[in-house]
Ligand binder design. Structure first.
Ligand SMILES: Cc1cc2nc3c(=O)[nH]c(=O)nc-3n(C[C@H](O)[C@H](O)[C@H](O)COP(=O)(O)OP(=O)(O)OC[C@H]3O[C@@H](n4cnc5c(N)ncnc54)[C@H](O)[C@@H]3O)c2cc1C
Length: 375
């Protein structure tokens, strides 16, 4: 029997393992390599953290819990750890810190010789005072278990519902899950946007009292780009607002709208045709047309859905944090721990999800040490 079994060799599982020296543990991973998501993250460069990390950048039902966990191992602690191991992250986008060359650098620091590959965890059971992990290769026993099996997005590289299933089996409440950091699909009325596939504009997107400035990319399936991906984290079936322009500029009377509005011409023409305003010299606009133009600064609509888990960077929702203690241990089952994306703390774009994976893994490692000492 092991002291500890860690389910999943991704960011959270591998990082927790770094703080568990001296403990007899193994990581169980169904892929044939560890950290598949790390390798494809941040466009291959892994956006490891952000200069400004706090709970306001997370969708969660328990911001106080998130704050506490982030404080125990914050962005400075993470950066210090990375530097100590020879990795000096670089600011590639404002405030966002990436591996200097490649996500492989991060994975190399996290690698562990204790990963058992090709082991698919199917079920967890508590029997005779210990945990029994049922896998495709038989049953394994442990005194404690850390569930670090991630969320539901990107099944093709290993995502599975096992973490949520285990949590439910032990009586945990799951905050409702959905694809997040993902493109949004459109209703029929927004068909005009589909005609713009390939174009991008800079805009401000507002959803559930959150604002995101950034690019919107028009695609055949719907809309995407950083501002939309961030908005998707907070979007729950209602309306979103897009300001394609912060204010309507003063229009020159003799110039045609599409040649003077500071947006791509193709976009302006499609938008004008959609709102029923002719692309004429500004002086020829009727008062009603002028009013319609205000829609460029306040365009509201209800997306149809999302591009789904196959394209979502993360899963929103997960194991309710209020049912865990400060060491990420289940309040319903002693010895059972959770860390990473399986928990109800989902970050915006910008390195927040790795920071959560690492902070929660650190907290879990401390919790596990304390638990094993006592039992
Ligand atoms: C395309 C993409 C880009 C991203 N870029 C960034 C970025 O730049 N910055 C950022 O902060 N976040 C980014 N993310 C999000 C980030 O990768 C995740 O939030 C983070 O990896 C979560 O860590 P985790 O350890 O909880 O889960 P994961 O990293 O998903 O690890 C879970 C592990 O468990 C294994 N597993 C699952 N089920 C089983 C089972 N039944 N049996 C055995 N093993 C199992 C999986 O194979 C996997 O190895 C990105 C995500 C994607 C998809």
């Amino acid at each position: 029997m092991k002291e500890l079994l860690i389910i999943g060799a991704g960011a959270a599982g591998l990082f927790a393992a770094k703080w568990l020296e001296g403990i007899d543990y193994a990581l169980l991973e169904h892929n044939d390599k560890a950290g598949a998501k790390i390798l494809i993250s941040g466009g291959g460069r892994a956006n490891v953290t952000n200069r400004a990390v706090n709970a306001s950048h997370y969708q969660t039902n328990d911001s106080d819990f998130v704050t506490k966990v982030l404080r125990r191992f914050d962005n400075r602690a993470l950066l210090a750890w990375l530097r100590r191991h020879g990795c000096e992250p670089m600011e590639r986008k404002p405030s966002q810190l990436f591996c200097p060359h490649s996500a492989k650098e991060l994975l190399a620091l996290l690698q562990s010789s204790r990963v058992r590959y090709g082991i698919e965890v199917e079920r967890l059971e508590r029997k005779d005072g210990c945990f029994v992990v049922h896998t495709n290769r038989g049953a394994l026993q442990a005194r404690a278990v850390l569930v670090a099996s991630g969320g539901l997005s990107y099944k093709k590289i290993g995502a599975s519902p096992i973490g949520l299933q285990i949590a439910e089996a032990f009586g945990h409440t799951i905050a409702s899950t959905a694809p997040a950091l993902v493109g949004l699909t459109l209703q029929k009325e927004q068909a005009w946007m589909k005609e713009l596939a390939g174009i991008s504009v800079t805009a401000m997107v507002e959803v559930e009292h959150k604002n995101f400035d950034g690019n919107i990319l028009f695609a055949h399936r719907g809309i995407s780009g950083p501002a939309i991906l961030n908005a998707s984290l907070y979007w729950k079936k209602g309306h979103i607002k897009i300001a394609f322009l912060p204010n309507l500029p003063k229009l020159l009377p003799h110039k045609q709208l599409s040649t003077q509005l500071p947006l791509p011409k193709r976009f302006v023409r499609a938008f004008l045709s959609y709102i029923g305003v002719p692309d004429v010299q500004a002086k020829k606009l009727s008062p009603r047309h002028k009013k319609q133009l205000q829609l460029l600064c306040d365009y509201r609509f209800a997306p149809a859905g999302t591009f789904g888990y196959e394209r979502a960077e993360v899963m929103r929702g997960g194991v309710m944090l209020g049912e865990l203690d400060e060491g990420m241990q289940s309040r319903l089952q002693e010895g059972l721990f959770f860390a990473g994306e399986v928990c109800d703390a989902t970050g915006e774009l910008g390195g927040y999800n790795f920071q959560w994976a690492f902070s929660s893994a650190y907290a879990a490692a401390e919790g596990i040490r304390n638990y094993l000492k006592k039992h």
